[in-house]
Unconditional design. Structure first.
Lengths: 114, 112
């Protein structure tokens, strides 16, 4: 079936550094999402993106976070600067339509902030 | 605002027994409900979805019925297998909003 890819699978960085998480969504999908999951707990919505713009973001999407998808390339989540509480697994997802369509998730990027 | 509640954090069952994982929701809009399954170290995958009241939907031996009268979408299976051990998330899409709201998840542990 359709696959969402995420690069890297693991990232370890020092607190205060910048990190960029990359997502290669399903090719014909138009809606993109980032979720944060701490240690097998709840999947928490961060942000979604459509037509080059952020549509909605949650309280977890701090000012240090940003997303973009320049020219149909990777859909990226940038955190600058990172904090200890940013340690989590970040899942990217994409869908053809909006929130009522099946979302396809990537395998996640495990981010560890030291 | 919209919300999803999954009351069980962990369910442990012996192989072959039936299971029901609870999911209730709150919204003032017409709901779409989803169940996702996440196996260890894997991405969540869609298991079931429904927006039709009182209609049973099935996939891979799992089934659920959306009951708008009780705001519920419980996930069931008549006979669990070891391979069903995973984290199960219920999710809601309701208003004209743009994302699915996930419950806290239920870990299903099937033992021999």
């Amino acid at each position: 079936g359709p696959k969402v890819l995420q690069i890297p699978s693991h990232q370890i960085i020092d607190m205060g550094q910048m990190v960029t998480l990359n997502c290669d969504p399903v090719s014909n999908h138009l809606y993109f999402y980032w979720y944060k999951q701490i240690l097998g707990q709840q999947m928490e919505f961060l942000v979604n993106f459509y037509n080059g713009k952020v549509m909605e973001k949650s309280k977890l999407f701090k000012d240090q976070f940003s997303v973009e998808r320049p020219d149909g390339s990777y859909f990226t989540l940038k955190i600058q600067p990172t904090a200890l509480e940013d340690s989590a697994v970040y899942f990217c997802a994409s869908s053809t339509g909006g929130a009522r369509d099946e979302q396809y998730f990537g395998p996640g990027t495990r981010l560890t902030v030291l | 605002g919209d919300s999803v509640t999954q009351t069980e954090g962990l369910v442990t069952l012996t192989k072959g027994l039936p299971v029901m994982l609870n999911c209730t929701y709150q919204t003032t809009y017409s709901p779409f409900l989803f169940w996702y399954v996440q196996h260890l170290n894997e991405a969540p995958k869609l298991l079931l979805k429904s927006s039709t009241d009182n209609k049973r939907t099935e996939h891979q031996g799992f089934y659920a019925t959306l009951h708008k009268s009780s705001s519920s979408f419980h996930l069931q299976k008549s006979s669990v297998q070891l391979s069903d051990s995973a984290l199960y998330f219920c999710a809601l899409s309701a208003n004209s909003g743009t994302y699915q709201r996930f419950g806290t998840g239920t870990k299903l542990q099937v033992v021999p």
